[in-house]
Design a protein around this ligand. Structure first.
Ligand code: SF4
Length: 448
């Protein structure tokens, strides 16, 4: 449970030394309770008080990391039920399933698709993160060999899946340095799995057949000293799995129920044999509230929309994706190249620059900072009007880089053309297309 300002104050040194930047310990405590300062700013808190305060200020859903280095996947850490309340913090990881009974060609194909299916969108690389290796053979040697292959052929984070702790330990030998997720502790093997997780410092999934049993299991794991836990409620029908996700999130955030304060793993791969239905189920768990989503295979036609959905759902709604203001040279520009201007909403920038590139006519693209708003919205908000555009064009050095002084503005900003000609003496303002897709045709008629 979060502590009040007064409760926090009682744990502080109460010397009012001001080193934290606040005039008194009480002021610091009040700010800390409101989440407006950081505990680390007070250098004099005792270790005992620090532990208590850190526990109290920990997010209601624990952050769990799977993997290491650049490829590590962080899940959990969520603080709201709905994205519009603040934002969702850590996007779910997508995992592809590999069974140790699959033939070599099938395993190779899945690993190849894992590596190849990557996409660039608004300057971000979208890709899946995890490979789940499931022991269906019942043989430790086979399992270890497949895990070995995964480590050699991909940089994926790994989920090791077996109900047998000895077989999990064999798989772990092959990939311990990647800090895999161990799947799964059940009421039958919880003590062994707790030992394995502690010895290897790996996170572990708690799997049960009801939420009550799940809470009991996480309590046992926590008492055994395991902190990084992922929840599998065991449900494999859409309705039950969906209800469980909502119940778990609500229990952790609203009821502050610590035993369910962990991220989850869901298995659309085990809910249907129809690839399209599986993708639809996965999309549901992107929005509510999967931490790891395990798919039976990756296909471009379903993975790409899922990756885009994930990016959109996990974008901070209060901070649109924005591109840096400036002059962007697209192609081998010279003094006769066209000059176009647009806003710094990332999607706008990437669509416009993509169309200019497709036209094969090297061009300058001026990107005006409109706080991440698109052309129409920025224009309506007064951020992409003559008074704002003209100082930016003057300040940029574009006038020195081209012989002609012609500026192409987006069709949606046409009402600004005469104002811009007044504000930018010597410049001819041309009204370009409204839709970016018409830019290539427009540029074909370009004359400096
Ligand atoms: Fe109090 Fe610590 Fe701030 Fe000093 S640094 S005023 S002891 S909270």
């Amino acid at each position: 449970m979060p502590l009040t300002g007064i409760e926090i104050y009682k744990l502080l040194p109460q010397t009012n030394c001001k080193e934290c930047g606040d005039p008194t310990c009480l002021a610091f405590a009040m700010k800390l309770a409101a989440g407006k300062t950081e505990l680390a700013l007070c250098p004099y808190i005792s270790e005992e008080a620090k532990v208590k305060l850190e526990e109290a200020s920990a997010p209601p859903i624990r952050v769990v990391t799977i993997g290491v280095g650049d490829r590590a996947v962080k899940i959990g850490g969520e603080t709201v039920m709905f994205r519009h309340e603040k934002r969702f913090e850590n996007p779910p990881g997508f995992a592809v399933l590999i069974s140790d009974t699959m033939d070599e060609a099938e395993i190779d194909g899945r690993l190849a698709r894992f590596s190849q299916l990557q996409y660039e969108r608004v300057g971000v690389t979208l890709r899946p993160e995890l490979v789940a290796v499931r022991n269906d053979s019942g043989e430790a040697g086979k399992f270890e060999a497949v895990v070995n292959k995964v480590t050699q052929k991909s940089d994926a984070g790994i989920i090791l899946m077996s109900s047998n702790p000895d077989i999990l330990a064999a798989g772990l030998k092959a990939c311990a340095d990647r800090k895999p997720l161990l799947y799964a502790a059940t009421k039958e093997n919880v003590a062994r799995l707790a030992d394995l997780a502690k010895e290897s410092s790996c996170p572990v999934v708690a799997k049960a057949s009801s939420l009550e049993e799940l809470a009991q299991l996480t309590t046992e794991l926590t008492e055994a000293g395991v902190k990084d836990i992922v929840l599998d409620s065991g449900s494999r029908t859409l309705r039950r799995a969906f209800e469980d996700q909502v119940f778990i999130r609500r229990a952790a955030l609203v009821k502050k129920f610590r035993p369910l304060g962990f991220p989850t793993i869901v298995f659309p791969s085990e809910m249907t044999d129809d690839p399209m239905k599986e993708a639809v189920l996965a999309s549901l768990f992107v929005a509510k509230y999967g931490g790891i989503i395990v798919l039976s295979d990756f296909r471009g036609e379903s993975l790409f929309p899922l990756l885009v959905e994930r990016m959109n759902v996990y974008t901070d709604p209060q901070r649109p994706l924005a591109t840096t203001e400036g002059i962007y040279k697209i192609g081998d520009v010279d003094e006769n190249s066209p000059v176009l201007i647009t806003t710094n909403f990332s999607l706008t920038y990437f669509i416009v620059s993509g169309e200019i590139e497709a036209s094969k006519i090297p061009s300058y693209l001026l990107v005006k900072d409109t706080e991440g708003l698109s052309v129409m919205t920025a224009w309506a908000a007064g951020k992409f009007v003559a008074d704002a555009i003209a100082p930016f064009v003057k300040k940029s050095s574009i006038a020195d880089q081209v012989k002609h002084h012609k500026l192409v503005i987006p069709g949606y900003a046409a009402p600004e053309s005469s104002g811009l000609e007044d504000e930018l003496p010597g410049w001819e303002i041309l009204v370009g297309p409204r839709e970016a897709s018409h830019i290539p045709a427009y540029l074909k008629g370009w004359k400096p």
